[in-house]
Ligand binder design. Structure first.
Ligand code: FEO
Length: 399
């Protein structure tokens, strides 16, 4: 278990979670990492910890550099247990350490772990702590991703310890962006943004403005690959995602009982493609909702289909819509479609959920029984006209 050097006296001492496949409902097919960093200066400082089941391994990395009992500061950038979970174990060893955290961080750590004997140094935004030869400056970044979040900036090395921001769920032997396929790193960062950070995009914009005046050579997040050769690229991506900037792309997301809704899904796809709008078809039985969110991050048109079952949508569709609403993408256009035997409430529920997301809506499509060719042609013509109108500059209505 070896540490990995970032700069002189700065090391990655985190751990790789090869087996992780589900992170509170987020599908993590590539596993993950919990990145801890050790700064060896006059004050020995550990930035964030790992999940408790990986503590022993991370301690081996730390012990190869310093005596863990001599750690002076433990920076807790974020209370969520993937970063603070092994703090109680660590504080049993580093008995003299002081925890540096935000005001909400202190409240959160005390509420989680009930350790009233822990020593805290609570920092304000833009406060710098001297470690000896180097200085660690803190910026509070509330809601990126919890109210307690902050980031640290190591001034002499231009390293930003960004915690969840700029992270990706990737387990790999490589630590840096120039050692790993960059397309995969960006796509996993996008998926992470879409599933974790998206609701807090305004706060992300604030955080980006706060750190903008400082030169950044390295972004060291608490999950995944460390950015050192593609810092400009990932910052540009974050600016785009935080602005909720969408592209003329459509997603046709559905589930089906007897393939009537599937027939409509295919017609919806064709109506968009007729106007050169790429349309991706995603059956909820085969596509994980966290992967679909990755597409939603940049797609403008979100079309959702369900048959009616027991006066409602299919559970796969309602689950997806609940997840979507919570993640709160902005500036999107919605379409509800589906089929029914009697009643037809399923599409009305889909429409209502998409409206609750704040989407502009195209006219809903609701077909009784199995749509025949004439009905599908009619749906195609009508939707195609609506898409054409919408694609005109005057039809964008502020998007
Ligand atoms: Fe990686 Fe919000 O914890």
């Amino acid at each position: 278990m070896h540490p990995v050097k970032l700069k002189e006296g700065v090391y990655w001492v985190g751990e790789i979670d090869w087996d992780l496949r589900n992170f509170h409902g987020y599908s993590t097919q590539r596993g993950s990492t919990y990145n801890s960093y050790l700064i060896v200066d006059e004050k020995i400082t550990l930035v964030d910890t790992v999940r408790p089941y990986l503590f022993e391994k991370t301690m081996q990395r730390i012990s190869s550099l310093v005596n863990p009992a001599q750690i002076d500061y433990v920076v807790s950038n974020h209370v969520e247990m993937d970063h603070s979970g092994s703090l109680p174990l660590l504080m049993e060893i580093a008995k003299n350490a002081t925890i540096i955290t935000s005001p909400n961080g202190q409240k959160g750590l005390l509420a989680h772990y009930k350790k009233t004997d822990w020593k805290f140094k609570v920092v304000k935004t833009n406060e710098s702590v001297n470690l000896g030869k180097k200085n660690l400056r803190f910026f509070l970044t509330p809601m990126v991703h919890w109210p307690d979040n902050m980031v640290g900036y190591l001034e002499e090395d231009n390293i930003l310890f960004s915690n969840d921001a700029f992270g990706q769920h990737i387990a790999s032997t490589e630590r840096f962006d120039d050692e790993f396929p960059i397309g995969i790193a960006i796509d996993e960062a996008k998926k992470y943004y879409a599933n974790i950070v998206l609701p807090y995009s305004t706060m992300v914009q604030n955080a980006l403005s706060t750190v903008a005046p400082f030169p950044i050579d390295t972004i060291a997040p608490s999950h995944g690959i460390i950015w050192r050769s593609h810092v400009k690229l990932i910052l540009e991506q974050y600016e785009k995602w935080a602005a909720n900037r969408s592209e003329a792309k459509a997603l046709v997301i559905y589930d089906t009982m007897w393939k009537s809704t599937e027939k409509i899904a295919s017609t919806v796809q064709c109506a968009f493609e007729r106007h050169g709008v790429p349309a991706k078809v995603l059956n909820l039985r085969y596509n994980h909702i966290s992967d679909i969110m990755n597409d939603i991050l940049t797609a403008r048109y979100v079309c959702v289909g369900s048959p009616t079952l027991n006066s409602n949508m299919l559970p796969t569709v309602s689950g997806f819509l609940t997840y979507l609403k919570g993640l709160s993408p902005k500036n999107r256009v919605g379409l509800a479609f589906g089929s029914y035997g009697w009643g037809g409430q399923g599409v009305r529920h889909v429409e209502s959920a998409l409206k609750e997301c704040g989407f502009q809506m195209l006219e809903s499509i609701n077909v009784q029984y199995v749509p025949d060719k004439n009905q599908l042609d009619e749906i195609f013509d009508k939707l195609s006209q609506e898409v054409a109108n919408h694609l005109k500059p005057s039809g964008l209505q502020g998007l």
